[in-house]
Design a protein. Sequence first.
Length: 302
Amino acid sequence: MVIAAAAVILFVFILPKKDGEPDPSASVSVEPEPPVLPTEIPIGDDVSIKGMALGGDESGAVAEKSKRITYIYSSLNDAGKAAETYVGQLAQESPAFAVVDEEFVRQTEKPDYTTDEGMVLLARNVPQPKPEATQVPEVSDSPIESPDPEASAEPTPTPEPTPEPEPTPEPVTYVHTVRITWSPGVCVVTVDEEEGKVTAPQSPGGPVQVVGIWEAQEILEGMSPEELGLPGSSMDEYEIIPMDGTQRVDGNPCVCLYVYSSNNTPHTNEYMGSYLMSLDGQHLYRLDPVTNEVTELDFTLE
């Protein structure tokens, strides 16, 4: 009996392993592969250096090229004045840049460009893509069947409660930034795209309504066509018609004003666009009459 038991062990457990058959209970270890990263990094016009090489212990590493670009303007007679001129040029961009602090809050006080050294930060919100139009469900043309009276006599099961929809996450917003640093004879301009949003300063008690429809009309009448993105040299060439009610732009309640021009050959009122001014007087938007695109203008309530 002892010899028979030894033979069973030999043929059942030992010989199959010697024949090279895999052991189903054995675990196979997989070595992580190194991440795919740039092999070279440009450092000049025709010069590059080796890129960072990592091993399998950094298999999740990702290399993303920075959007930051820096230009150095040198041999300037007045670097502070050059910075001030550039700030004015960026204010004419579309969308316009505004002077902000490090939290991207608009600043009402202008920097002192007469100092030998200084820094000013400008930013504008990156336009968000328009939301896709939701499809309306089609209505079937088939006739509605009358309910079966016998079936309707049966008790109707209690419907299950509809689960509350999950809150929609706030979309991530970005800003274009321009940081201008000056020193004697030199201006350093660094542009970048960062996560954030340009906002208006808030009063200690929260947002306060300081603009009504008639105040908004007077403000637009006192501006120049250039500031509003309109042709001409005087707002006397235009008629501004305020509308009742408010509309929201970027979460800001605004009064709406239509602008018409009679400065044309048939001397008819030509629709030039709509303008929306926030009730706190911190934002002014223009609705393009052709593309219906809303653009925030560089605007500060005096």
